[in-house]
Design a protein around this ligand. Structure first.
Ligand SMILES: Nc1ncnc2c1ncn2[C@@H]1O[C@H](COP(=O)(O)OP(=O)(O)OP(=O)(O)O)[C@@H](O)[C@H]1O
Length: 256
């Protein structure tokens, strides 16, 4: 039997009485690559924040690796790349290696320090992302694509089994975006890292993810991209022309 990495049951969340999530239920199995899509304000970030315990749902339940969130304490098994982290001041006084090393602190009790022996883990994460050669550069001096690789290395430094990425490609040009998606796909295929990735681009993510989760406060669709393309509900939702455009790009596109 496959192992549930994330199980969400009946999740609802409102901000000051305004619903952001309504009765959302789904399960993510080990080794899946789930793309979360939906319009602006449809609750995507709120959903991942509830999954990670960063927002408290009004109703419902989240289990991580079979453990209720309230008692889950194995955060080294989870990597998170939040939305909008890529904007660094060019003079931000931290090197690439230092930024990646901060990822080791998530599961450490006080005093939280990076130790000398952590260099090995940092080096491995940098090599995994193909950025070992820039370890001493200042993070603020890098291009958007390299910066995003550094932040991904930071999320990967503990060797997480689950990686949650919230709109990681918004600041990237189309070519760098494809490279980034391919990197995530390799992590999924070769290391069997379970991926949950929030994006606005249903067409592109459909080429890489094993499942799409379409959210509009409620869960509208959860399944494979081919089913998404054939789904009459999604046709009603987008209008058949838009659905065709999304799915047509997929058929033209990259390997899965
Ligand atoms: N801290 C907050 N306080 C009040 N309202 C919030 C807060 N965070 C989000 N919201 C509202 O909750 C709704 C869902 O927001 P959320 O950021 O989860 O959506 P999203 O699908 O990730 O949006 P986007 O695609 O624009 O990033 C939106 O209407 C948003 O304005």
């Amino acid at each position: 039997m496959s192992v549930g990495v994330v199980t969400v049951q009946g999740l609802s969340h409102a901000y000051q009485g305004v619903d952001a999530l309504l009765d959302v239920s789904f399960a993510v199995e080990k080794g899946s690559y789930v793309g979360i899509v939906g319009p602006n304000g449809s609750g995507k970030s709120t959903l991942v924040r509830c999954i990670l315990g960063l927002a408290r749902p009004d109703r419902g339940r989240v289990d991580l690796f079979g453990t209720p969130l309230a008692s889950f304490d194995q955060w080294q098994r989870v990597g998170y790349l939040p939305q909008g982290l890529q904007h660094f001041n060019p003079h931000f006084p931290a090197t690439v290696a230092e930024v990646v090393g901060l990822g080791l602190l998530a599961n450490r009790s006080f005093p939280r320090r990076v130790h000398r022996e952590d260099a090995g883990a940092v080096g491995r994460a940098l090599e995994l992302m193909g950025i070992g050669g820039i370890r001493n550069r200042l993070i603020g001096e890098l291009s958007g694509g390299l910066r995003q690789r550094v932040l991904l290395a930071r999320a990967m430094v503990n060797g997480p089994e689950l990686l949650v990425l919230d709109e990681p490609t918004t600041a990237l040009d189309p070519e760098t975006r494809e490279i980034f998606y391919r990197t995530i796909q390799e992590l999924n295929r070769e290391r069997k890292t379970t991926i949950i990735l929030v994006t606005h681009d249903s067409g592109t993510i459909g080429r890489y993810a094993s499942s799409l989760l379409y959210l509009d406060k409620r869960l509208v669709f959860y399944g494979g991209f081919d089913d998404f393309c054939g789904s009459p509900e999604m046709g009603d939702f987008f209008g058949s022309h838009s659905q065709h455009l999304i799915c047509h790009r997929h058929q033209d596109g990259a390997p899965r």
